[in-house]
Design a protein around this ligand. Structure first.
Ligand code: SAM
Ligand code: SF4
Length: 385
């Protein structure tokens, strides 16, 4: 089947958006599966951190007005709305905000009540992404979460009542305590509560986490076949409820796609602020220092808190364009990299197995559960100058 022209246009136009990612690393406590750049129980330095992020905004060369701003974490809802608002002001002052800017905040359900949601609305937040993970108390306990299903429902209702236009739920599937029916009922609850956007992530055992130590010590971890079946349940349920899956793990009611995410998969440019944040501007990918003390020290000494930066051009940029774009339901323009893939032994094998397909000038992954094998084939292409 051909990707819908409107979906193709939306996905490709996102590559021209100007974005900013702001990392807020604070968490009430560390979840056993998480390996993001987080600092549990350090809100004592929150004001200092926010001042450092605002100062870092001032160190970035001026740019065009921003189309998307994304506060990710960690847990942005651990800091005050005034803090988030001061960063939005700093970004607006330095770069400007485009008409209709999307401003997303990741929040944990237990942090969001009506007064908090109203303050987010006043601060110009247009989208809240809630870390719901599950509606099942057994799974939530196993994931080490601090909220229950009523917190999720209350948070979604508060966001709606405050007039914030888009609410997304993050869900995790494949925890060993989850059953087919508990996952089905989590999906059902996500739809019933009226989420505009749902992200469904397979629980991943990340090295160095408490979960990985548990699994190494003989505890049970996620099972690949079970996770594949759960992904299919999510795909079927969300599609039957009117959501359109636009990437392997993301589905939205039409008009509620995350522009920040779409821009990333379209190889778009976005600035990065805060500890451990990654950015992409003018052909350079850069990442910030990942340790809180090192980050604060660098900014307070007037230095950019950069850990590394790489120019990505030529063939590497072409491979990156394919790897990112192939995650989308609309796939990616074939280009020279796609042509090389389809002429390779791996590409021929993947096409014969109907995992990847050529549709006009595009490459589309037909079996999203095999996206990783297509990306491995891209990575295995011989280098070109
Ligand atoms: C880094 S968190 C930040 C948002 C918020 N603090 C939270 O926990 O919901 C973003 C999302 O990543 C997902 N995530 C984090 N670690 C994961 C893992 N090991 N496996 C699968 N999903 C994970 C969760 O769904 C989470 O909502
Ligand atoms: S999953 Fe979210 S709340 Fe839990 S440690 Fe990671 S960032 Fe913090």
């Amino acid at each position: 089947m051909k990707p819908a022209p409107t979906a193709v246009a939306l996905a490709e136009a996102a590559g021209r958006l100007a974005g900013a990612y702001v990392h807020i690393p604070f968490c009430a406590r560390l979840c056993p599966y998480c390996d993001f750049a987080v600092v549990p129980d350090r809100l004592d330095v929150a004001d200092r951190y926010i001042a450092a992020v605002a100062a870092e905004v001032g160190m970035e060369p001026v740019w065009r007005p921003l189309d998307t701003v994304f506060f990710g974490g960690g847990t942005p809802s651990q800091v005050s709305v005034g803090s988030l608002s001061s960063i939005v002001d700093a970004l607006a002052g330095r770069f400007g905000l485009a008409d209709g800017v999307e401003v997303t905040v990741e929040a944990n359900p237990e942090d969001v009540d009506l007064s908090y949601a109203h303050r987010l609305k006043v601060a110009g937040i247009t989208r809240v992404s809630l870390g719901a993970q599950s509606f099942d108390p057994v799974v939530l306990a196993s994931l080490g979460r601090r909220h229950d299903r009523t917190d999720i429902i209350r948070a979604v209702e508060a966001i709606r009542a405050a007039g914030i236009g888009s609410v997304s739920l993050d869900l995790i599937f494949g925890d060993p305590t989850e059953t087919d029916s508990s996952w089905a009922s989590t999906l059902h609850e996500a739809v019933t509560v009226g989420a505009d956007h749902v992200s469904t992530y397979a629980l991943t055992v990340e090295p160095g986490t408490e979960l990985s130590r548990l699994v190494r010590a003989g505890g049970s971890g996620p099972d690949d076949d079970v996770q594949a079946a759960r992904w299919e349940t999510a795909d079927r349920t969300l599609s039957a409820a009117g959501y359109v899956r636009y990437e392997v793990s993301n589905a939205a009611r039409p008009g509620h796609e995350s522009r920040h995410n779409l821009s990333t998969w379209a190889q778009g440019e976005y600035l990065a602020f805060g500890m451990g944040a990654h950015g992409h501007r003018s052909g350079v990918r850069r990442r910030n220092l990942r340790r809180l003390d090192a980050y604060l020290e660098a900014v307070e000494l007037g230095r950019r808190p950069e850990a590394a930066s790489d120019s990505v051009g030529g063939w590497d940029a072409e491979l990156e364009r394919l790897m990112l774009g192939l995650r989308r339901t609309v796939g990616v323009i074939k280009g020279v990299g796609g042509a090389a893939l389809m002429a390779s032994a791996d590409g021929i094998r993947l096409a014969t197995a109907e995992i990847v397909d050529e549709v006009d000038d595009r490459l589309v992954v037909r079996d999203p559960l095999r996206t990783d094998s297509v990306i491995r084939a891209v990575l295995a292409l011989p280098a070109r100058s």
